[in-house]
Design a protein around this ligand. Structure first.
Ligand SMILES: NC(=O)c1ccc[n+]([C@@H]2O[C@H](COP(=O)([O-])OP(=O)(O)OC[C@H]3O[C@@H](n4cnc5c(N)ncnc54)[C@H](OP(=O)(O)O)[C@@H]3O)[C@@H](O)[C@H]2O)c1
Length: 308
């Protein structure tokens, strides 16, 4: 099959491309960065350099393909994340229609139907193509964004340790934490992008006549259990995941100068996870868990953590 993979050599798209190439498919990878050409070719795929903001480019790229994996990269430089996601989803829908694509796998998220601003699945409703919506849980790779917090470095790190772990922790060097408006003993499904790549690779070769939704997860546990696994891998077995209220989280994001609309969207996404409703939906769909466990990822994480 000729398959288009958007998302460049990102967390999912790189292992996805590797899997598809190894199974003999002709793969074309979309990247906005011409410097990625060689790396894409080295995987045995063809690069298509351009932006998902460009409908004509997407249409040309999709023409003649048997299947498309369509993802929208999160863009935190956009002041209104919801409006950006909808704009990009409409670009995809228009290009898929114009190119006459027969099979599409769209990346969404497990909280999408519970978060007004994040949900753009409806944009694909009018398409006649065979469509699968992927709803993966919370990526292991999100922990990379918290490396500074886990290290507890600087004045802010010390202040947060003092506030949430107490003076004794600060004096004994037990600095660092994870935090969010989901956390503590909230049960969350975490997922490896490699397991998502396996699921997407499988879906791309199917051809369901009705739209399907597929949840993907690798391991379920509480946030504090996850913090312990990650913390132990980096020599901080005391690491905990502090649960903030929505209001505290919003205040924190505003103090960090995150634009208001974007901050509201981030708080809404995390609140859906704290509510337990994302987990309920996940359980209802009963997906088989993936192979890569958090302890496996924690080893990879430690390598990056110590280099930074
Ligand atoms: N994080 C989570 O917990 C979570 C949970 C559920 C769902 N999701 C969804 O998963 C997706 C993220 O997947 P991922 O982690 O595999 O992505 P990723 O690693 O962030 O990679 C996305 C790649 O897209 C490329 N890109 C950026 N802007 C572009 C543009 N305008 N045109 C073309 N390419 C562009 C970039 O590569 P180049 O620089 O080479 O262009 C970037 O590396 C998002 O849709 C997110 O909503 C995430």
């Amino acid at each position: 099959m000729k398959i288009i993979v958007t998302g460049s050599l990102g967390n999912i798209s790189k292992p996805l491309t590797e899997r598809l190439v190894s199974r003999g498919h002709t793969v074309c990878v979309v990247s906005s960065n011409a410097k990625k050409r060689d790396a894409i070719e080295n995987l045995g795929a063809m690069p298509a350099i351009g932006s998902i903001a460009d409908v004509a480019f997407l249409t040309d790229t999709f023409k003649g393909a048997d299947a498309v994996y369509a993802m929208i990269p999160l863009n935190f430089t956009e002041p209104d994340l919801g409006e950006y996601l909808r704009r990009m989803a409409k670009n995809y829908a228009q290009a898929l229609k114009q190119a006459g694509t027969k099979r599409v796998v769209v990346m969404s998220g497990w909280a999408a139907d519970l978060t007004r601003s994040e949900n753009v699945e409806d944009v694909f409703d009018g398409l006649t193509t065979s469509l699968t919506i992927m709803r993966p849980a919370s990526f292991y790779t999100n922990f990379y964004q918290s490396i500074d917090l886990i290290k507890g470095k600087g004045v802010i790190g010390k202040f947060l340790t003092l506030r949430y772990s107490g003076l004794w922790a600060l004096l004994t060097g037990k600095t660092g934490l994870l935090m969010g408006n989901y956390g503590g003993d909230d049960r969350i499904v975490f997922v490896s992008p490699k397991d998502i790549a396996d699921a997407v690779a499988e879906e791309l070769t199917l051809n369901p006549q009705k739209t399907t939704i597929r949840y993907v997860g690798s391991e379920e546990m509480t946030c504090n259990e996850a913090a312990k696994i990650i913390g132990t891998a980096v020599g901080k077995p005391w690491l905990k995941w502090v649960l903030l209220s929505d209001k505290e989280m919003l205040q924190g994001l505003k103090m960090a100068k995150v634009p208001e609309k974007l901050a509201e969207t981030l708080v809404e996404m995390q609140a859906a996870m704290h509510s337990g409703k994302t987990l309920e939906n996940f359980h209802r769909s009963q997906p088989k868990m993936g192979k890569v466990k958090l302890a496996d990822f924690a080893e990879e994480f430690a390598g990056v953590y110590y280099k930074k």
